[in-house]
Design a protein around this ligand. Structure first.
Ligand SMILES: *Cc1c(COP(=O)(O)O)cnc(C)c1O
Length: 424
């Protein structure tokens, strides 16, 4: 093509535009995921020609939407070994957790007002519990071991005559540590206490069977499994025991009265397709992702001195790694890693510079908690990306340590714990 204009970069949009930088390598899949192209394709018709309200019973627009919703419901239930009737659609896992915890608490208020949860839960579990405490409920918050796991015996010991609910997450969002869910489920069932699990990180990534694990309520979110943001679900067991909740939203009586509001049909269709893909590819994908994570873990441990892998390596989601780099501040590490999108601590608390409460609960001191990064490998991640990230990390850690007086002292063999720091 010939033009009279001087040649400019095809990325240039004006006289002052800078050359576009390559986007950073995304390794924050525990925070959110891109929508899988197959999911987007499945959703698109439900924004336009198939736009009906799933509650419209009098014409085919409504029937088409309702049918799509029911297929999605079945697919999601299938991942859990549940039945479609046990799935209530919500706006995401935050709402699912609120509905589960506040909904059970209100429904069973006459039976008891004691709830058991764990210190490393997501804020979307801890904050509803705090809210209930202000309303006169009693909440026991269990600690975790250095491996990040709650001890099932501690759950058993915490249950009292007035306990109505145990809420322990399936897998932790900051560390990827997987709790002994089946053991906790067995204890709760034996004691006649409902068991809720926030499975947002585990759903679609590792096998879940609500019957075998004796789970009564389970929270999920589409955007953590390559579905759209703004849709999630709550599993509510229908038989032995039948779980009832007081709804958060009152209105048209949608979702068996559990969650009123016009169903977000395109989002639900996307969630269903994301669940279908997750179930179909789980075995193969988790093996591939685990191999990449282990490659990354080994390279980090072999090539970067003084690192700590946080949380159990054995009981862990395939894709998540949480690493502390001693004598380095996590925030300055991230600032220097422009080419990588990772988070220090959880995305939800990184607005504040408080050290991660999850890592603190595992016994890390403030400094070590401050020096941690969470790296997650996802469906799109390649081995080349993993290697580039480790290379960048290595270079950045070396550079920061070169500038660190603490590191210099460590190199000289000075025991830092023996030093008495004084302010001048
Ligand atoms: C992301 C996440 C949530 C919140 O889910 P939303 O759908 O974004 O509200 C809750 N719990 C855990 C463990 C999560 O990872």
């Amino acid at each position: 093509m010939t033009t009279a204009q001087p040649q400019t970069s095809d990325r240039s949009v004006g006289p002052v535009s800078k050359p576009a930088a390559e986007p950073p390598i995304y390794m924050d899949y525990a925070a959110t995921c891109p929508v899988d192209p197959r999911v987007l394709d499945a959703m698109l018709p439900y924004f336009t020609e198939k736009f009906g309200n799933a509650a419209s019973r009098t014409h085919s627009y409504g029937w088409v939407a309702e049918e799509a919703v029911e297929i999605a419901r079945e697919r999601i239930a299938g991942v859990l070994g549940a039945s479609a009737k046990e799935i209530t659609f919500t706006s995401g896992a935050t709402e699912s957790n609120n509905l589960a915890i506040k909904g059970v608490a209100e429904y069973l208020a006459d039976k008891g007002r004691h709830i058991v949860t764990c210190v490393t839960e997501h804020k979307a579990v801890l904050d509803p519990c705090k809210y209930l405490e202000r309303k006169g409920y009693d909440v026991t918050i269990l600690g975790v071991g250095a491996d990040g796991r709650v001890d099932p015996q501690a759950v058993a010991d915490a249950i009292r005559d007035d306990t109505i609910l145990v809420s322990i997450m399936f897998a932790n969002n900051e560390t990827g540590v997987v709790h002994p869910v089946a053991d906790i489920g067995r204890i709760c069932r034996e004691r006649g206490v409902l068991f809720h699990t926030d499975a947002t990180q585990a759903f679609g990534k590792i096998p879940i069977d609500v019957d075998a694990m004796r789970i009564d309520l389970l929270s999920m979110s589409a955007h953590k499994i390559y579905g759209p943001k703004g849709v999630g679900a709550l599993y509510l067991r229908r038989r032995r025991p039948r779980v009832r909740v007081v709804p958060l939203l009152h209105g048209g009586g949608h979702e068996r009265g559990n969650r009123s509001g016009t169903l977000a049909v395109p989002l639900i269709v996307g969630f269903g397709e994301a669940a279908r893909i997750a179930a179909e590819t789980m075995e193969e994908e988790s093996a591939r992702i685990l191999a990449l994570r282990e490659h990354m873990r080994r390279r980090i441990e072999d090539e970067i001195p003084e690192v700590v892998i946080n949380g159990s390596v054995e009981h862990r989601l395939p894709g998540t790694l949480n690493v502390s780099f001693k004598y380095i501040e996590g925030e300055s590490l991230i600032m220097g890693l422009r080419g990588v999108a990772v988070s220090s601590g959880s995305a939800c608390t990184s607005a504040s510079l408080e050290p991660s409460y999850v890592l603190r609960a595992m016994g890390l001191d403030d400094e070590l908690a401050h020096s941690s990064l969470r790296m997650c490998i996802g469906r799109p991640t390649t081995r080349e990306e993993v290697d580039r990230v480790v290379d960048m990390l290595k270079a950045r850690v070396e550079r920061l340590r070169e500038m660190s007086p603490l590191w210099e002292m460590v190199q000289e063999g000075i025991d830092l714990s023996s030093i008495e720091w004084t302010a001048h």
